[in-house]
Design a protein around this ligand. Structure first.
Ligand SMILES: [Zn+2]
Length: 373
């Protein structure tokens, strides 16, 4: 069994460390000490220099007693959204939350705490373990910068689990979308709106026309699209020469994503041409999607571990991206696992002590199931 009091103590210690993105140094020191005490060899990559942060990503390796066991990796991120400085932690009726305008930071310190405790208790159980790696990333909250800059040559695992999702504990995000950003700069021609509007070409009108023609919102079960920002024009009485639009599209099906993005591009090009404007369109891939079947070894091991502790593990598709997308893209098959926190990125963020314990038990069961495979 996991040590409930030890888990809660280390979780609370982690919460008290202020660690917004690029300032994860103290969390890294805390985690490094805990991992080294368990016998892990801990190293740090150069991602910190690349992003101007206090520390790089932590990659820790525990050599396995069992050579034929799958080598698993357990991942969480060390940064939190702001503000977390000066939080007042409240423990009440088995719920951990904070009082005031700050954010608790259970996302993702709960992930770190359950990994540390789950592994500690797996080691204490005396069960046979395979090689285990722990990956603690920086700068997740500001565009997955830690995973994007991760030195993947330090990772030597067959597959991994990213502990960074809400309730319920143990749900497995087995599918996540690819994501494209679309930046559009429309250029028309300025003219006095009252004196000679016919001499102008309205960039705002072109944008409006294009947006009204493109499919947006939930396109289908796997695909979404959104225009998130629009800005343009300089004054009420000037036909606007410039309009900038920021949009995105995501799909768990690559061909559907390409079709959606092509439609959006076409709508901007057509509308610009029809209104005497030009459109400069830039499409950039944010991350690649992933999909793991029930038969995948990483899913099979997770299902076995969940069964060992008596919980059902639901496989859920997800509409967002995470470090997990980047790790999959870098060649490490992995899936996101629910940690059990609630209302993240708000002052009401909370997690129950029972969920935290259950998730640490899942980590322990994963480590033992892998060693026993
Ligand atoms: Zn997170």
């Amino acid at each position: 069994m996991v040590n409930r009091e030890r888990l809660l103590a280390s979780f609370l210690d982690l919460l008290r460390i202020n660690s917004p993105s690029r300032q994860e140094g103290d969390v890294a020191v805390f985690a490094r000490r805990a991992l080294e005490e368990m016998g892990f060899q801990v190293c740090q990559d150069d991602a910190g220099q690349a992003v101007g942060g206090q520390t790089g990503n932590i990659v820790a390796t525990l050599p396995g007693a069992s050579d034929d066991a799958p080598r698993i990796l357990l991942c969480a991120h060390m940064d939190t959204v702001q503000p977390t400085d000066g939080i007042r932690i409240i423990r009440e009726d088995g719920i951990i939350r904070q009082e005031g305008a700050a954010v608790l930071g259970a996302d993702d310190k709960a992930g770190i705490a359950v990994i540390l405790e789950g592994l500690q208790s797996a080691l204490e159980s005396g069960g046979r373990l395979g090689q285990i790696q722990v990956l603690l990333l920086i700068c997740e909250e500001i565009g997955l910068l830690g995973s994007k800059h991760l030195d993947i040559s330090l990772v030597d695992s067959d597959f991994g689990y990213v502990f960074d999702s809400g309730r319920p504990v143990g749900h497995l995000v087995s599918e996540a979308p690819s994501h494209d950003n679309i930046a559009v700069q429309i250029t028309g021609k300025a003219a006095h709106a009252g004196v000679c509007p016919e001499e102008g070409a309205s960039a705002i009108r072109a944008a409006a026309l294009a947006i009204s023609r493109m499919p947006l919102g939930r396109i289908d079960r796997e695909t979404t699209a959104n225009v998130g920002v629009i800005s343009g024009g300089t004054a009420r009485n000037i036909v606007p020469e410039k309009c900038e639009v920021k949009a995105e599209a995501r799909s768990r099906d690559e061909s559907k994503l390409q079709r959606q993005v092509a439609q959006m591009r076409q709508a901007f090009e057509d509308a610009a041409r029809e209104t005497g404007c030009t459109a400069e369109i830039e499409i950039s891939r944010q991350y690649l999607g992933y999909k793991h079947s029930r038969e995948a070894p990483l899913v099979q091991l997770a299902l076995r571990a969940a069964a060992d502790i008596g919980i059902t593990m639901d496989m859920l598709p997800h509409g967002g991206g995470s470090d997990c997308n980047i790790l999959n893209e870098k060649g490490l098959p992995c899936a996101v696992v629910g940690v059990g926190y609630d209302r993240i990125h708000t002052p009401e963020e909370s997690i129950t002590e029972d969920e935290l314990v259950r998730c640490a038990e899942l980590v322990r069961a994963l480590a033992l199931a892998a060693g026993d495979a």
